[in-house]
Design a protein around this ligand. Structure first.
Ligand SMILES: Nc1nc2c(ncn2[C@@H]2O[C@H](COP(=O)(O)OP(=O)(O)OP(=O)(O)O)[C@@H](O)[C@H]2O)c(=O)[nH]1
Ligand SMILES: Nc1ncnc2c1ncn2[C@@H]1O[C@H](COP(=O)(O)OP(=O)(O)OP(=O)(O)O)[C@@H](O)[C@H]1O
Length: 245
């Protein structure tokens, strides 16, 4: 029987939205408590139907009701952190939650992929209450630093541009860039206590939330996700409005 995609994808949309709210609430609570929040921002997406078909064909899975358990990243959450240590903190935080169960972990932080890609991936089972009762949804959670996310976003666009066949000289430069980015992440991690202290002081003095700091630094512009970009842009618009601009 043909899949009704609109109905099929509904719980995946609900799952990513619920997880996003939960993770953002943790970040906001920690900021209110003037504690360092290991979560900088969270983006989510549900895989498009064409991308589901492309992946199923590539991996030779039949398209049926079971496809979400074969592909496993139809529901995707991405958690972006400031520091390398924050990645472990987020993983630990998820391990301790009883509203989701980790069933696969991939550590591409200590073991990067051949491309140079780094990130920590969890696949979790997320119980969801729907109009028809409880269902379990597989969700992929990718945890990256700002630097790793920057690199992956650029590499993803180049892959798109070159239709998956990036010329070898550019590939090599990407590998070098990934190494440089990791060196920066490691160095920032080493001086993180100084930075965290400065950020807390700055926040207390100016009462400027970290979101505005990031938007002032224009980090949001370097890519990320259209949804997150528009969120930041609208918070900047609100700020300008407050300042009478
Ligand atoms: N930009 C970029 N993203 C990557 C790369 N490798 C993995 N990713 C991200 O991580 C996701 C899947 O990573 P893996 O955990 O390696 O999954 P996999 O089963 O080995 O690979 P897939 O079959 O593509 O899902 C991808 O969908 C991307 O979002 C990479 O080299 N470059
Ligand atoms: N877990 C995730 N959380 C948030 N965004 C994601 C996640 N995984 C992928 N994305 C983003 O979603 C967009 C569409 O990706 P898409 O699902 O088509 O392919 P992919 O997951 O990157 O690759 P593949 O199909 O090979 O697994 C891309 O911008 C990608 O970076």
């Amino acid at each position: 029987m043909a899949i009704d995609w609109e109905l099929y994808l509904l719980p995946y949309e609900q799952a990513v939205q619920e997880i996003k709210v939960k993770l953002k609430n943790i970040r906001n609570e920690l900021r209110k408590r003037k504690e360092h929040a290991p979560i900088e921002f969270v983006t989510v997406r549900v895989k498009s139907i064409s991308s589901i078909y492309a992946k199923a064909n590539r991996l030779q899975f039949p398209i049926d009701e079971n496809i979400a358990w074969e592909i496993r990243d139809i529901a995707g959450v991405r958690v972006i952190c400031q520091f390398l240590d924050d990645i472990n903190a987020v993983v630990q935080m998820i391990r301790e939650r009883n509203d989701m169960r980790i069933y696969q972990e991939k550590d591409y932080v200590s073991k990067p992929k051949e491309s140079g890609y780094r990130g920590y991936h969890l696949t979790v089972e997320y119980p969801l209450i729907t109009a028809r009762g409880q269902v379990t949804i597989p969700v992929e959670i990718q945890i990256r630093t700002l630097g790793m996310n920057f690199w992956a976003t650029i590499e993803h666009s180049l892959n798109y541009k070159y239709e998956g066949i990036i010329p070898s000289n550019i590939r090599q430069r990407l590998i070098e860039a990934a190494k440089a980015s990791y060196t920066l992440d490691s160095e920032m991690n080493n001086i993180r206590d100084e930075i965290k202290e400065a950020q807390v002081k700055f926040t207390q003095k100016e009462e400027v939330p970290m979101e505005s700091l990031i938007s002032l630094m224009d980090l949001s512009e370097y890519a990320l996700n259209p949804e997150e970009r528009s969120e930041t842009t609208s918070s900047r618009r609100d700020e300008n409005r407050r300042n009478g601009e």
